[in-house]
Design a protein around this ligand. Sequence first.
Ligand code: S3P
Length: 194
Amino acid sequence: MSLPERVVLVGPMGAGKSTIGRMLAKELGYRFLDSDRIIEERCGANIPWIFDVEGEDGFRQRETAMLDELSQVQGTVLATGGGAVMRPENHALLRKNAVVIYLKTSIEQQVERTRKDRNRPLLQNDDPEGVLRRLFAVRDPLYTKLADIVMFTDRKSPRLVVRQLVNRINPKTPRHKRQRRKEGRQHVPGTQRA
Ligand code: S3P
């Protein structure tokens, strides 16, 4: 088995998609893309502002357009927003030429990792834990259905998760072959080269 053209990370807020995605991309010799960050760069505004002005629906439209664009770039590890699975039309975009990885995390870990965050509009209320529980109930079956690999991240360091993922994605690819893939990578406007 050779490496997939793309690796796509799905999972809830606080699952570690960005941290793990960045490290995994380095390990595979792929470019790291973070859908939310690119939306913010293109828009010139942060996600709370987009939710405020355009509503969640406006954000979801931008997200679908971004997933469509990024689905065409090979040699990438893509971290998606936790709600990317909510629109059925996104599913084919997420799966296109990709190995999809669900970073599965307990509610307790999600609460802990998002406690001080002010950049996630859905959690700026009196009961962020209740919101995370309700979102999990709806989204966990969707993440699971889409995923080729389900990886539990609780009580694991990002480094350990990445090592386990590399083994699951392609246990046989030696490091020097992965490095060679860096050469052919494409640039996406609004992202920095690694
Ligand atoms: C969202 C998750 C966020 C971001 C937005 C909505 C969600 O991304 O896309 O705040 O609906 O779960 P992260 O999962 O990277 O926090």
